[in-house]
Design a protein around this ligand. Sequence first.
Ligand SMILES: O=C(O)COP(=O)(O)O
Ligand SMILES: [Mg+2]
Length: 229
Amino acid sequence: MSLKGLFNPRWPGVALFDLDGTLVDSAPDLAAAVDQMLEHLGRKPAGLEKVRNWVGNGAGILVRRALADKTDWEPAALKDEILYNDALEIFYHAYGQINGRNAVVFDGVTECLNHLRSLRCKMAVVTNKPDRFVAPLLNKTGLDQYFRIWVGGDTLEVKKPDPAPLLYAMEQLGGTRGTTVMVGDSAADVNAAQAAGIPCVAVRYGYNFGGSVNSLGADAVVDSLAQLL
Ligand SMILES: O=C(O)COP(=O)(O)O
Ligand SMILES: [Mg+2]
């Protein structure tokens, strides 16, 4: 499918954007918070390279991956659950202070959002990031001006790759499957869009758990959101 085909001619349409790894490079802040948490628990810091591959399924899974020191964390024993709950609290506290400090909007994002806004496209953020961290990050990066609504990782009972958050945002903005597109950086985004029955653009510069986005089955893969103009 060509990129033109993704954006239905019946504008105004609806565009749903993933946050971490798509709009904002938040991995440095997330890594700093993960490392504070690990050090607090007497463990070795994980570092940015590992942590950026652990982002995309929400804070709970990020903390589980950090405790397991690998992306494919195993279901934990009960004693691990107690540790997990402590670790999650420590992470929340640390990230609450760090969120947005070193976060950078990726190249091409502002151009794309300005362009879509000029077409009167309605835009939402659909992220797995816990709700409490979404607005502060959008405010600090100046991206809040573009979005009518955002859906966080705990806004609904389920998160991406479940299609519900995408469909919820689409409906809130009065969109339909024929006029809506999802833009994301990971399998969670592409799988959610496919399950929702809406087309998906994947960006190559994001996190995607360390893997390539080329084989996820996205309708288009781009190196910069400026390519969508
Ligand atoms: O996993 C997270 O916390 C955020 O992920 P997302 O913005 O890429 O959905
Ligand atoms: Mg992402």
